[in-house]
Design a protein around this ligand. Structure first.
Ligand SMILES: CC(C)(COP(=O)(O)OP(=O)(O)OC[C@H]1O[C@@H](n2cnc3c(N)ncnc32)[C@H](O)[C@@H]1OP(=O)(O)O)[C@@H](O)C(=O)NCCC(=O)NCCS
Length: 144
């Protein structure tokens, strides 16, 4: 089941999956978490929160209309490959279409490229390095 969840509920999975569990509780917190209009989604496997993603309004040149950036896309390792991430992102796409958003973009880890391509995102930048994390691409999905 997919639900809107409070910010406090995303930190554990972000930390475990995206920062190897090295950060203190309540981290990583992104500046974008405080942007007006930010929201967080969770996929529950039974009672267990298994996958999270966060979105906030943020335009990206050169695209027109209302853009949202996706951040903190993460599925607990034992639940990866079960289509939870795909369902969560598709839920967000339908929701954001309803909000009259035009596109979603993200800084995608190279190893997650195929995950995003499966959903229809396209690469719009050269490869770049995020220090301490690894190679990334900017990816873009037009949603209406
Ligand atoms: C990338 C990630 C969010 C995908 O979530 P998920 O719930 O495993 O995704 P789904 O099950 O819906 O989709 C699986 C697809 O993603 C791809 N994928 C990427 N990394 C994967 C992984 N570690 N395990 C399984 N599938 C992975 C596969 O290509 C698979 O596509 P396929 O069915 O064509 O083989 C998740 O694997 C994850 O948290 N990875 C580590 C953190 C990360 O890289 N996050 C993205 C930051 S930009």
């Amino acid at each position: 089941m997919i639900k809107f969840i409070p910010l406090d509920d995303v930190f554990d999975i972000r930390n475990i999956v995206l920062r190897e569990g090295k950060l203190p509780p309540g981290q990583p917190r992104f500046p974008s978490d405080d942007v007006e209009g930010a929201f967080h989604l969770g996929y529950f496997a039974g009672d267990t929160l298994a996958c999270v993603a966060s979105f906030h309004p943020e335009a990206r040149e050169p695209y027109q209309g209302v853009g949202y950036q996706l951040r903190g896309m993460a599925t607990l390792e034992e639940y990866q490959g079960k289509n939870f991430g795909n369902q969560l992102l598709n839920f967000a796409i339908v929701y954001l279409r309803g909000q009259k958003a035009n596109y979603i973009w993200c800084n995608a880890r190279k190893k997650a490229l195929r995950f995003y391509q499966n959903i229809g995102f396209e690469v719009i930048s050269p490869e770049f390095e995020v220090p301490g994390i690894g190679p990334h691409y900017v990816m873009y999905l037009k949603i209406q």
